[in-house]
Design a protein around this ligand. Sequence first.
Ligand code: SAM
Length: 278
Amino acid sequence: MYTPRQLDRTRQLAYTHTGITLSANKDVMIANRLDKLKRSLNHDDVDAILTSIERGENIEIFVSALTTNKTNFFRESFHFDDLKERVVKQSITNGEGLKIYCSAASTGEEPYSILMTIESAKEEYDAPMLNYSLIATDIDNEVLNHAAHGIYEWSKSEDDFPHWIRPSNYFKRKQHPSRDGDYLIKIKEPLRRKVVFDTMNLMSQTYPFKAAEFDVVFCRNVLIYFNTLDQNTILKKLFRTLKIGGTLYIGHSESVLDLIPFVERYGQNIFIKTKEFS
Ligand SMILES: C[S@@+](CC[C@H](N)C(=O)[O-])C[C@H]1O[C@@H](n2cnc3c(N)ncnc32)[C@H](O)[C@@H]1O
């Protein structure tokens, strides 16, 4: 059990370092995260831990313990159908390349799903010369490390792939099964090299991208952790990096808020930028 004071200090620190807003009904979740933090630091005194974080120590471990990293391959698969059927097709027709940004990449399933989609579309549309790049960021270095290694458990993933993806094209089976006997799969090196992973806090004042840099921005299932004011601020900063005509994908329970007059809704949480935010 944690005291109301300990829960409040955690709430404050979570907001300061990640922007994540933990409301009063999240006490059980905060307690679970504090348990994880104690295990990670191998330390039992939660007050001492919170004091160290308030002093600016152990921030990376704290962020890792506080974030929710749930994800899977081809989550909300209609976004990948749209990427393949509309976005990639258009870019082949226009003879232009594609620059994509994935802003809450977690353990990598989302950015690798983007890559598999584009590679599979290139093959299907016989467009081997299509140029594209993908930048994937997250605030949590631990999940980014996992993403960079690209190793996953097959049984947890096998039902995730749409019928038009042949996993054996993109994964190799690791020789050694995981501890529970499940097979591990590893992203093949040529695909892995097509994504650049980096750490970025969406709450940062400025983003390291140019205006109108991207054709596509993925910002899925992360806005829900922020308050409405911060969601709007983040959306506007992301929107600035998107070209006119570019596509923004957000999660199923998220909304574009103040951006509504500046986008065309194309499908389920698929938005096309029609004009600059003013
Ligand atoms: C629930 S996962 C969603 C992953 C993926 N986008 C998806 O839809 O499956 C949310 C991710 O957002 C990241 N995150 C939380 N706060 C963040 C912030 N302030 N800046 C960047 N990423 C953040 C977490 O570390 C976590 O990996």
